[in-house]
Design a protein around this ligand. Sequence first.
Ligand code: PBG
Length: 331
Amino acid sequence: MTASYPNTRLRRTRASGWSRALYRENLVTPADLIWPMFVTEGEGVEEPIGSLPGVSRWSVDGIVKQANEAVALGIPVVALFPNTQSDRRSEDGAEAHNPDNLMCRAIRAIKDACGDDLGILTDVALDPYTSHGQDGLLDKNGYVTNDDTVAVLVDQALNQAEAGADIIAPSDMMDGRVHAIRMALEMNGHPNIQIMSYAAKYASAFYGPFRDAVGSGGLLKGDKKTYQMDPANGEEALREVELDIAEGADSVMVKPGLAYLDIVHLVKESLGVPTFAYQVSGEYAMIEAAAAAGAGDRDALVLETLLAFKRAGASGVLTYHAPLAARLLNG
Ligand code: PBG
């Protein structure tokens, strides 16, 4: 580029704030955010999570307050995860389909308080309920079985649906579970309950703090590599997404987030389906650690990463920074 071509000065549109606003290609709003929350037993209980500074587990009454805050901030959906008390965890995770489990009580309480002002997304997978911390049922060799697990996941999903969940989000990565859950929802009078499948979920090192939060981390032996995707794979993500859409998912998720933006982009560009990204617990913790170490400004880091998801093509982002981001965006 030489000065003899002044028509190509790209800095021209960046020279002032009004112009940058005019030429901005992507925007984050509170409506792009899904706020994940952790529920625990008791009344008036708040338990800070050491590896997720600034995030706590709340008893159902506290979760309702958080849900009301989500509505006030313009956040459309909350995602719920339970920390099941240890004497209710078992080899087969049966607590997952107890109609009075912690999740169902939280769903009903939030629905009572917020009605249609807030969507509730619920996680389908057995890890918060099993004594071994895996997302499914084990055979005698310790392998996580597929079809037997799917049958239990269907019961879990129906249980959440009956309690009032709006979006069922299977995070287990079993084959065929979206179809099985969709059929069960249809046959049991829930044709309008959505499924957001964790379609491209990778066996990642970024989930550590989440496992502390739901209390499965200390229980888990081994890893989840026989069902979660290999981080080396990209085109396999397209097959996962295509299958889940064909099986009846309304939207799909890519997880983790920032390290997998290429997958978000690939899915959105190739298949043109509503694609969400989960900025997971380890990513949240990294931003918090960077801010605490003085390596960056928390607010700016949060908004810049959220914008990156939108730029990559995400329809929205699950993030523990949702309330902070919404406050910043609401000015
Ligand atoms: C498990 C589940 C995980 C997360 C959501 N659902 C962890 C895992 O697969 O072990 C991770 C979320 C996060 O790290 O924030 N079904």
